[in-house]
Write a protein that binds this ligand. Structure first.
Ligand SMILES: NC(=O)c1ccc[n+]([C@@H]2O[C@H](COP(=O)([O-])OP(=O)(O)OC[C@H]3O[C@@H](n4cnc5c(N)ncnc54)[C@H](OP(=O)(O)O)[C@@H]3O)[C@@H](O)[C@H]2O)c1
Length: 488
């Protein structure tokens, strides 16, 4: 704690404000950060003199032609850089965004970059604030590509830090599912996405969670494992003692859940001798549109806004924020890295709160419980089916569940050719045409079969109840679904 205070003071006075680079060049910040894990790699100054464990040169030497990467939150910041970098080395990239227009614009931006794009880019819509939207995306992807595009890299990156009142003691909830907003958007929907796509991952797929050093800042209970705790309205208590804003703690909780998740998944996959690897990373303080918005938002006190704006001048640029994630996906083949957590410059950092195996188990079980209505395995469409058959069958077999996923595994056909990118390719093209059987969640919920989720009004009554019995108004909670909320 003392070290943290010293780091903050010195940084604030001389380095971060850019009055002098002497402390940086003397290695003062990197030395101090090494005693304070959350600070490791936070900004370039804190890594001065430490070489990158994985460089852009190494990344660009790779050829990922024929491999498929899926990136959530791909239209902005770190997700956008993950998507564009992967496409440049030949990967086919599925960009998932909550807003189809933003997705399309982001894809256009990538295609206009100077470095040629070698992979094909598809855009699809998924709003992680809605479990039905996640389900619909998975169905659409599997219907369209389940036969030919196994997912080699799954980047669970979409994230947000938002609240209408940072000191509101009750958690902000998602409109669709009435669940803690940060927990669902940043973590829980990714849990569901993984479950639905698992049969369509390649046998040595890499899963990468974009977590955060904020994972060190959570509630005393670390991560909730029941709804009552998740939605509790008591004075937020900081794990490290004292209090912190509810916003910080809720965000930190979701980011800690992501690290617990990769550790639990690694343990689950071990007995199967699976080659799938899951890891998490913190991009560092990275100058992305999301953080830029946060620096201007009233979620921060005035002095915090000033501090953040100054720090952003010395922060990582977005591509560098993405590089540690790219390392975990593509640069670790020689090292068997799984279930671990890294900070910029590919340095491993241990978050002691994530080591608790009982907590890993409980968070996983709680997450399964929350998404169970959407978990029915999705069948891959038969390749011989015609479009007109599909029209008849699109939402058949509403109640089917429990099918043997191993037996249902589709034949794997590596995408041998790189399909040319076309500007006109939009979300509409991802709507399945040859669906023979797409199962819907049990309890007769009907997620939209297509991918244009935002365009259609969600019928709240048609969704399975996930987030508890109280309405948000009764609980005095705040529900939000705005776009463009700040995050960090
Ligand atoms: N930048 C940092 O300093 C920093 C530090 C630590 C961790 N992170 C993590 O890095 C990840 C990316 O953040 P960023 O800095 O690149 O911020 P960003 O520029 O705001 O990007 C966040 C992305 O997530 C998407 N997203 C937000 N809510 C969503 C929802 N409900 N459904 C689907 N997508 C949603 C955003 O879509 P819209 O554009 O539509 O909002 C955007 O594409 C986040 O998980 C964040 O927690 C960032």
């Amino acid at each position: 704690m003392l070290v943290a205070v010293v780091v903050a003071l010195i940084a604030a006075v001389v380095g971060i404000f850019g009055y002098t680079s002497i402390p940086t060049e003397l290695g003062l910040y990197s030395a101090l950060a090494s005693f304070h894990p959350p600070s490791v790699g936070l900004t370039p100054a804190l890594t001065y003199g430490i070489p990158w464990g994985f460089t852009w040169d190494e990344f660009y030497q790779q050829n990922l032609t024929g491999q498929t990467a899926m990136v959530t939150g791909a239209n902005s910041g770190i997700g956008l850089d993950l998507a564009s970098s992967l496409a440049k080395v030949g990967a086919d990239v599925v960009m998932l965004c909550r807003n189809p227009q933003k997705c399309h614009d982001a894809k256009s931006k990538i295609l206009q970059e100077e470095t040629p794009i070698k992979g094909n880019i598809i855009t699809m819509t998924m709003d992680t604030a809605s479990l039905a939207s996640v389900r619909a995306l998975a169905e659409a992807y599997i219907s369209e590509h389940g036969n030919d595009k196994r997912i080699d890299f799954l980047f669970l990156n979409a994230g947000v830090a938002s609240s209408t009142d940072r000191y509101n003691k009750c958690p902000t909830k998602t409109e669709a599912d009435q669940l803690d907003y940060h927990f669902q958007v940043n973590y829980l929907s990714h849990h569901l996405l993984y479950h639905l796509l698992k049969p369509f991952l390649s046998e040595d797929a890499k899963i990468v969670q974009t977590s955060s050093a904020s994972s060190f800042v959570s509630f005393t209970y670390k991560v909730a494992t029941d709804l009552e705790t998740l939605h509790g309205c008591s004075e937020p208590q900081f794990e490290g003692g004292g209090s912190n804003s509810a916003l910080n703690l809720a965000y930190g909780q979701s980011k800690l859940a992501q690290i617990l998740w990769v550790k639990k998944l690694t343990r689950l996959l071990e007995p199967e001798q699976s080659k799938i690897r899951a890891n998490a990373f913190h991009p560092g303080l990275t100058h992305t549109p999301g953080v830029g918005r946060m620096a201007d938002s009233d979620q921060l006190a005035g002095w915090e806004q000033v501090m953040l704006k100054h720090m952003l001048q010395k922060a990582w640029q977005s591509p560098d924020g993405a590089l540690t994630g790219l390392y975990l996906a593509t640069g670790t083949s020689k090292n068997d890295i799984r279930g671990r957590y890294f900070h910029p410059q590919s340095q491993e950092v241990v978050n002691p709160m994530a080591l608790d195996e009982k907590l890993q188990d409980d968070v996983w079980a709680f997450s399964d419980e929350l998404v169970k209505a959407y978990m029915t395995p999705i069948q891959v469409p038969s390749q011989s089916t015609t479009s007109s058959d599909a029209d008849d069958d699109e939402t058949t077999d509403g109640g089917g569940n429990g099918s043997d996923q191993a037996a249902d595994q589709p034949p794997v056909e590596q995408a041998a050719e790189i399909i040319e990118n076309e500007e006109s390719e939009t979300t509409e093209e991802a709507i399945p045409e040859d669906v023979t059987e797409v199962k819907v969640p049990i309890e007769d919920a009907e997620p939209d079969a297509g991918v244009e989720i935002e365009e259609e009004a969600q019928d709240a009554d048609a969704e399975p109840e996930v987030g508890g019995e109280e309405s948000s108004e009764e609980a005095g909670d705040v529900t939000t679904k705005q776009e463009g909320e700040p995050m960090l």
